[in-house]
Design a protein around this ligand. Structure first.
Ligand SMILES: *Cc1c(COP(=O)(O)O)cnc(C)c1O
Length: 419
């Protein structure tokens, strides 16, 4: 069976063919017109067809604007849709999806830094960020330093002519101190250094990272916001994904080129899961937040805990900055709370306390329905022990969506192993 000599439109020439296998593969499918439903259709493709070679060449030129399709790895209607919705939530212009929150952090560094450059991290930064700097960037001749997130002057002093990127995090994901984000951003702007905020905690809800000062003109905010969509945007504890968002087109282009070169694709089923969870993100965030504040207040009255770290507590480091930035906006404080146990308890006792919890499961990550707990050894994680932290072992709770009194009772019964 030979192909017809003359060129025909798709589906025209196989009508006379007898092999149903071919018929099946070339079945003329068009998405149903007039089928509007709450959830968008999911489009999967590696290959995307072109109508002509001219069409093929033309589409490559316009890829930066998310208005054409060339290959699945370079974007589909499904990835563009999630990117647009994330931008709508946070106030960004362009967004890129990557396979994890950590990949988002990696993409920013790989796109913007080269040998000889230096990158600065807050000393309380998400741990694997340090590992990336120490294990990968260093080997490529990119140096890094850690600054005290609670001391803008320390950041200022560390910026040199080699500093090309400053990472920010608010709040710190284990110790939950809230920096003076505006002061840190102002310093970087003055020194013409790019800022990237890991905004997983804020989720685009607690504050608006591209507009730290409401209605300022020109806008005053970070250059880049990254997220672990794994956390609140997913909300299920079952999806890994990250995003990198910007307002500046030129910066987006730089990031997108590296994104394409590294082949950082995401699975459409995962994108679909996030699209399905996103409409309830504000409700879930508020529920996690309210339960966490109630638990933080109660934990603060327990004698075994010498310090409770949660930005809404007046005694928590950076409470004032949190209030200035977040209470004006959505007012949220996410679902994390950490406690420092009295120095008299050994690490073994702290571990036994964690093991005695029943509703709180031992596990990493947060943002899902199930409450989680992790004991952390801060001495391994910080270059210095900050003066604003009490001495002792640290336990971080991620508050899920269970009844808050049940969670309180669970901590209370586990504390008995220490009494
Ligand atoms: C979880 C997390 C990440 C990494 O996200 P993954 O999807 O697990 O790679 C990055 N930053 C912060 C603050 C996080 O909590």
């Amino acid at each position: 069976m030979g192909r017809p000599g003359k060129k025909l439109g798709p589906h025209a020439w196989f009508k006379d063919m007898s092999n149903p296998v071919t018929d099946l593969i070339h079945h003329a499918y068009a998405p149903p017109a007039g089928f509007e439903a709450p959830q968008p259709g999911v489009f999967k493709a590696s290959t995307i067809f072109f109508n002509s070679v001219a069409d093929m060449r033309g589409r490559y030129r316009s890829i930066m604007d998310n208005d054409s399709y060339t290959y699945g790895l370079r974007g589909t209607p499904t990835t563009y849709l999630l990117e647009e919705r994330l931008c709508a939530l946070e106030g960004g212009e362009r967004c890129l999806l990557v396979p994890s929150g950590l990949a988002a952090i990696g993409l920013v560094s790989l796109a913007l830094l080269k040998s000889g450059d230096e990158v600065l991290f807050p000393d309380n930064v998400y741990g694997p960020s340090k590992s990336l700097a120490e294990g990968v960037l260093k080997d490529w001749g990119i140096t890094h330093q850690y600054y005290d997130p609670m001391d803008p002057q320390d950041l200022e002093a560390q910026i040199s002519s080699r500093t090309k990127l400053v990472w920010l995090e608010a709040a710190g994901s284990v110790t939950l101190e809230f920096p003076d984000l505006l002061a840190l951003v102002r310093i970087c702007k003055q020194r013409k250094v790019l800022t990237a905020l890991d905004n997983t905690w804020g989720a685009g809800l607690a504050f608006k990272p591209f507009d730290l000062v409401p209605d300022a003109s020109p806008a005053l905010g970070v250059d880049i916001s990254t997220h672990a969509l794994t956390k609140y945007p997913s909300g299920g504890g079952d999806v890994l994904m990250g995003s990198v968002m910007v307002r500046d087109r030129a910066l987006h282009k730089l990031l997108k080129l590296t994104h394409l070169r590294l082949g950082l694709g995401v699975g459409m089923n995962d994108v679909e899961a996030i699209l399905r969870s996103l409409p309830s993100i504000a409700l879930r965030y508020r529920a996690h937040d309210e339960a966490t504040r109630a638990l933080a207040l109660w934990a603060d009255t327990q004698p075994e805990f010498v310090q409770v770290l949660h930005p809404s507590l007046p005694g928590s480091p950076g409470h004032k900055h949190w209030k200035e930035l977040c209470v004006n906006g959505f007012g949220g404080a996410a679902g994390l709370v950490s406690v420092i146990l009295d120095e008299r308890f050994t690490q073994e006792q702290t571990d036994a306390f964690c093991d005695a919890l029943k509703l709180f499961r031992l596990g990493y990550s947060w943002g899902g329905p199930i409450s989680l707990v992790v004991p952390y050894d801060l001495t391994d994680m910080r270059t210095v022990w900050p003066t604003y932290l009490e001495k002792g072992t640290l336990v971080r709770f991620s508050i899920g969506l269970e009844d808050v009194l049940d969670l309180q009772q669970d901590i209370d019964q586990a504390l008995r192993v220490l009494r």
